[in-house]
Design a protein around this ligand. Structure first.
Ligand code: FBP
Length: 549
């Protein structure tokens, strides 16, 4: 493998660990749990994995011996910084539990489990990837495991190889899969345990036992560095408005965190847009008003942060997208044979309800075309391909043009569009993510060795130094509720959206007016891997505010 100087230097970084991992551990059981909602239905669907207790690992003086395991691991869904350290923590933990343990990596995500594509992860391989970004050690994918035939195939493949535990490193959808698999394997008495690990840069897989998903910290710091650089450019040239769309399919956690790190002029939070029931035009008016007020102070430049999922939170657009999802699924064959985008637009327009057809017709063609692009395997619109930042620039521009004509606006407006998403997903993990991920992997190895299934690895107390972190396990069923997916009610992990009563959003609201009208930019600079802990070991504002008393 070719290595950059930083990669070489990071090879020798030893992730900081909870004190309880320094020697033998004992497992402490908490109270029995229940699901966040729809308890009766979830209990009925998960008779073997419901109501299990939360677990905590504490240091112990009594050494333990653990049975030997063959463990399979997959990386599932979008990349997130730190995945390689989950695998190295898992590997080291397994070897510490029993030197005969073996680890297999199934290739390309969940499909590797079904197609039996795997590689044995040896010390030599794992060492090459310690503290690096990316998921390239075994690759990732978005295949959804939902058919009984797929589950049976997984059992068959695991049994052939002698694998008796699986670790699924993924987001809410992948951990929902992990939960369903754990229950199915238990019902079938297959003897295969399943443990999940909370991954996603989106930061929306969190709850009382999972404080944050890994990758969020590094991705936000990477985007914030870029936003800071752009703000400095904006403040130097004083001639552009930069509209910056940020990844985060549904929740606006990334956008909110980057706003707290950089203090831009405008930050859109999808959850607030939905709560206020805003139209696209109202959103555009809010932006145009800030542009006008800044222009009145002689400031014809600025930054606007846009969460990539915002279109699905504008109620009229949400309805339109839901109808499009349905139409495109039901008429797939008819739509596929149509040759031009115009034919496709005309076809779907005839199937939409009158109000949605009106909204659809009001959109620029390029944007309407993007709304019709293929859905992902979980049925989600691929919001990363929808250029909301360009749509908003065009709409703000035409609103200001009208105001200028009416003598109501005297400034200048020139927009630059940016989208930051893939830039952050494989960044070299920050010290926080390198440490957190290693601990998550190590925790997963202990959950397996203790014979647990249907649990998600959890490490708490994350704003404290790593030696005070509290590792353990959370039953995945406690995170579940029933939601409509593809027209049917399904058990899924409840997504954590931005809490509009929470402290991180409160801090934005408190400062919104000031950051809009004045120029209070913060320039965070690049992630620091070496140097004082006050710079290199800090975590997100979101986590710090959430955990502040
Ligand atoms: P996960 O939920 O799998 O972690 O992925 C999240 C994400 O990074 C979103 O932020 C983004 O919308 C999406 O993946 C992009 O998906 P793809 O990699 O398939 O383009």
């Amino acid at each position: 493998m070719l290595k950059s100087p930083l990669q070489v230097a990071r090879e020798s970084y030893l992730p900081k660990m909870p004190a309880s991992f320094k020697g033998a551990v004992k497992i402490v059981e908490g109270n029995k749990t229940q699901s966040v909602a729809d308890q009766a239905e979830i209990e009925k669907m998960f008779p073997n994995t419901y109501a299990m207790p939360v677990l905590t690992f504490e240091g112990s003086d009594t050494a333990k011996t653990y049975p030997a395991y063959k463990v399979g691991v997959i990386l599932s869904g979008g990349q997130a910084p730190g995945g390689h350290n989950v695998i190295s923590g898992l590997f080291d933990g397994l070897k510490a539990c029993n030197s005969g343990n073996k680890l297999y990596g199934f290739l390309g995500g969940p499909s590797g489990l079904v197609e039996n594509q795997y590689v044995e992860l040896t010390a030599e391989i794992v060492d090459e990837y310690r503290n690096t970004g990316g998921f390239d050690i075994i690759g990732s994918g978005r295949t959804k495991l939902e058919e009984t035939e797929q589950f049976d195939k997984v059992i068959e493949n695991c049994q052939k190889l002698g694998v008796n535990a699986l670790v699924i490193i993924g987001g809410d959808d992948s951990n929902t899969n992990a939960c369903v698999l754990a229950e199915y394997f238990a019902q079938k008495k297959s003897g295969i345990q399943v443990i999940g690990v909370p991954k996603t840069i989106d930061g929306d897989l969190k709850n009382e036992v999972v404080e944050t998903s890994f990758g969020f910290d590094t991705a936000c710091k990477t985007y914030s560095e870029l936003i800071g650089n752009i703000q400095r450019d904006a403040n130097s040239a004083k001639k552009y408005y930069h509209f910056i769309r940020l990844m985060g399919r549904s929740a606006s956690h990334i956008c909110l965190e980057c706003a707290l790190e950089t203090q831009p002029n405008i930050t859109i939070i999808s959850e607030e847009v939905e709560q206020k029931g805003m139209t696209l035009d109202e959103l555009v008016t809010e932006i145009a008003d800030v542009v006008a007020k800044r222009a009145a102070k002689g400031l014809n430049f600025g930054t606007v942060l846009i969460p990539e999922g915002v279109v699905e939170f504008v109620p009229a657009m949400k309805k339109l997208i839901a109808e499009l999802n349905d139409i495109l699924a039901r008429h797939e064959a008819e739509v596929t044979v149509l040759e031009t985008n115009r034919d496709r637009r005309d076809f779907v327009a005839t199937k939409l309800a009158a109000d949605s057809a009106e909204v659809f017709a009001s959109l620029p063609n390029s944007f309407a075309n993007q709304l019709m692009l293929d859905r992902d395997p979980h049925g989600n619109v691929q919001v990363s391909m929808i250029e909301t930042e360009k749509l908003l620039i065009d709409m703000v521009k035409s609103k200001l043009k009208k105001r200028k004509k009416a003598g109501e606006f005297d400034g200048k407006f020139s927009g630059q569009a940016h989208f930051f998403g893939y830039e952050g997903r494989c960044a070299t993990p920050s010290n926080f993510d390198a440490d957190y991920c290693f601990s998550l992997g190590y925790t997963a190895s202990l959950l397996i060795s203790e014979g647990k299934t249907g649990y998600m690895a959890s490490v708490k107390n994350l704003t404290k130094p790593a030696d005070q972190w509290l590792p353990g396990g959370a039953p995945i069923t406690m995170m579940m509720n029933m939601e409509k997916r593809h027209g049917a009610m399904k058990p899924v992990i409840q997504k954590a959206l931005v809490d509009l009563k929470g402290k991180p959003f409160g801090k934005l609201v408190e400062n919104r007016e000031d950051w809009a009208l004045n120029t209070r930019y913060l320039y965070p600079g690049p992630i620091q891997y070496f140097g004082p802990a006050s710079v290199s070991d800090i975590t997100t504002y979101t986590l710090q505010l959430e955990q502040s008393k």
